[in-house]
Structures are given as C-alpha cells and as structure tokens.
Write a protein that binds this ligand. Structure first.
Ligand code: C2E
Ligand code: CA
Ligand code: CA
Ligand code: CA
Length: 279
C-alpha cells in the first residue's frame, strides 16, 4: 500500500510537470501567434425571430496554429486569461471587428452591430474601458455599432469607478449584453447598476427545448423577466425548427444558432449581409 501511494504520487507529479510544460509551450505559441498574425475572426449572425433579418454579428476568435491547425477558443482563451495575454488578444479582437465593419461600410454595405466577447481578466486590466474608447475612436466606428458581451461573474465585484466607465461608454452609444445568462450568479442587482441592454439565454437551456419542462420553464421565465425589466433577449445555440417555434411563441425577439448560420468568415458573412436576412 505504501509503494502504491508512492507510485501514485510520482505519476501525479510527473503528469503535473507535463501539463505545466504544455501550458508554458501554449503560452509561448500564443505570444508568437499574436506577432505572426495567426488569429482570425469568424462572425455568427444574430437574427430577428420573426423574419430572419440580420440584427447582429458575434465575433468569435479562431487560432490558425502553424502545426496544430485550427485551435478553438475553449482551448486557448483560459491560458490567455491566466497569462494576461487576453488583454492584447482582446484589443486585437475589438480592433479587427471594428475595422471589418468599417471596411464593409466603406463599400456601401449596411451593417448590423458587432458583438465582442469580454473576459473577466480583461476587465480587471488597467483601463480596459479606456482602451475600448480608444479603439472606437481610432477605427472611427459608430459606437452604437459595438456591443460588449459580459458574463455575470464579471459584474459581481464592481468598483464604483468601473461602473462609471460602463456608463460613459453607454453614453457614447456602446451596447452591453449579458452572455450565458442564467449559468452564473443569480443575483440580478447588476441589471440595475450597469447599463445592460440585452440578456443572452445560454445554450444549455435552449438545448432541452421544447421537451424538457425545466428548460422550457427557465427560458420562459428569463424572457418574461427581461421584458419586464425593459431588456432585449436573445437565445443562443438554436439548432432546430422546434426550438425556434417554442422561442417565437415565448416572444423571444432574437435568435443565434446553427439553424440560421454557423460562425462564418467575412466573405461569406458579406454575402448574407447583401441578402439582409436568413430564411
Ligand atoms: P460563447 O461566447 O458562449 O459563444 C457561443 C459558442 O457557441 C461559440 O463557440 C459558437 O460557435 C457556438 N455556437 C453557436 N451556435 C451554436 C449552435 O447552434 N449549437 C452549438 N452547439 N454551438 C453553437 P466558439 O466559437 O467555439 O467559442 C467558445 C467560447 O469561447 C465562447 O462562448 C466565448 O466564451 C469564448 N470566445 C470566443 N471568441 C472569443 C473572444 O474573441 N474573446 C473572448 N474573451 N472569448 C471568446
Ligand atoms: Ca458570447
Ligand atoms: Ca454564450
Ligand atoms: Ca459560453
């Protein structure tokens, strides 16, 4: 039994080291990836539930790794957060999304707003809100075309200064939504303190629609609550016609999901924008 314990410890110790090494390598690769311009953005349309009009585009990052191919954000965003690289990556994402919209507009195309994901670590970084304002000014985008997707956890330790920054950006025209709504802290006091305009119903609830009674109940309740608070609501991860029908009946205004479109590269999104809607 003693030997067994020792072996387990060695195994544990060795795999921990391997994991640490892999993490350090990934961190170095991420840093190089930024320098070598290996990231790109896909955009997923958000549509009106009633007629499929495109009302938004969520920017979703992808990493074209020179050896490993396309790496999904679930794999590298956590490492980027721990290492602090998320600050530079986050700036890159916002700048790239703003430039993309401006370049579409320069060709006469009408664009909906672009939604960009913000992680907690980014927000804690020095003057995040200032850098958002700077990127908006630098790219010349209409601030009302920018939406920042925040998570509930981000808003839980609010300092007065930070709340002030949100209100200043809102006064400029920037929109704010709550991502993955219902999966985090359930205190809703932040809805009053922050200038939130929209709730995004998490795909974990949408997945069970329409059959799962709990998911149906939660979804209906979130939509009713959003409306009584004067907020918009969008359902994420909508994959089936039955889910769409349920959400329409429940008065959900906006939809995002594979049923309408996967996240797509800019040239394909441009085609969709020229059509204006997805059916
Ligand atoms: P999220 O913000 O909740 O984004 C939604 C995820 O669901 C995306 O995965 C999207 O491709 C996927 N999705 C969309 N429609 C459907 C559907 O109908 N069915 C299913 N099964 N999935 C759907 P993705 O692109 O792999 O991103 C994963 C997560 O990585 C995002 O979750 C977000 O938390 C994070 N992320 C992505 N891009 C960025 C970024 O630029 N910055 C930051 N900080 N995080 C990002
Ligand atoms: Ca999101
Ligand atoms: Ca989400
Ligand atoms: Ca998520």
């Amino acid at each position: 039994a003693k030997d067994q314990g020792r072996n387990n410890w060695q195994l544990y110790n060795r795999s921990l080291t391997a994991e640490t090494m892999a993490r350090i390598r990934l961190e170095n690769d991420l840093r190089k990836g930024l320098e070598r311009d290996e990231f790109r953005l896909l955009y997923q349309p958000q549509v009106r539930a009633d007629d499929g009009t495109i009302v938004g585009l969520e920017a979703l990052i992808r990493w074209q790794h020179p050896e490993h191919g396309v790496v999904s954000p679930a794999q590298f965003i956590p490492v980027a957060e721990d290492s602090g690289l998320i600050v530079a990556i986050g700036d890159w994402v916002l700048r790239t999304a703003c430039r993309q919209l401006c370049s579409w507009q320069a060709t006469g195309l009408e664009t909906p707003r672009v939604a960009v994901n913000v992680s907690a670590r980014q927000l804690r970084a020095h003057d995040f809100l200032g850098s958002v304002a700077a990127i908006i000014a630098e790219t010349g985008i209409e601030p009302g075309q920018v939406e920042l997707e925040l998570t509930e956890s981000i808003l839980m330790e609010p300092e007065a200064r930070r709340i002030d920054g949100f209100h200043r950006l809102r006064a400029l025209g920037v929109h704010f939504s709550i991502d993955d709504f219902g999966t985090g802290y359930s205190s809703l006091s932040y809805v009053k303190r922050f200038p939130i305009g929209m709730l995004k119903i998490d795909q974990s609830f949408v997945r069970g629609l329409p059959g799962n009674a709990d998911d149906a109940g939660i979804t209906t309740a979130i939509i009713a609550m959003a409306h009584s608070l004067g907020l918009e609501v969008i359902a994420e991860g909508v994959e089936t016609r039955a889910q769409l029908d349920f959400l329409r009946r429940a008065n959900c205004q906006k939809i995002q999901g594979y049923l309408f479109s996967r996240p797509r590269p800019p040239d394909e999104v441009e085609q969709l924008l020229r059509q204006g809607s997805i059916r």
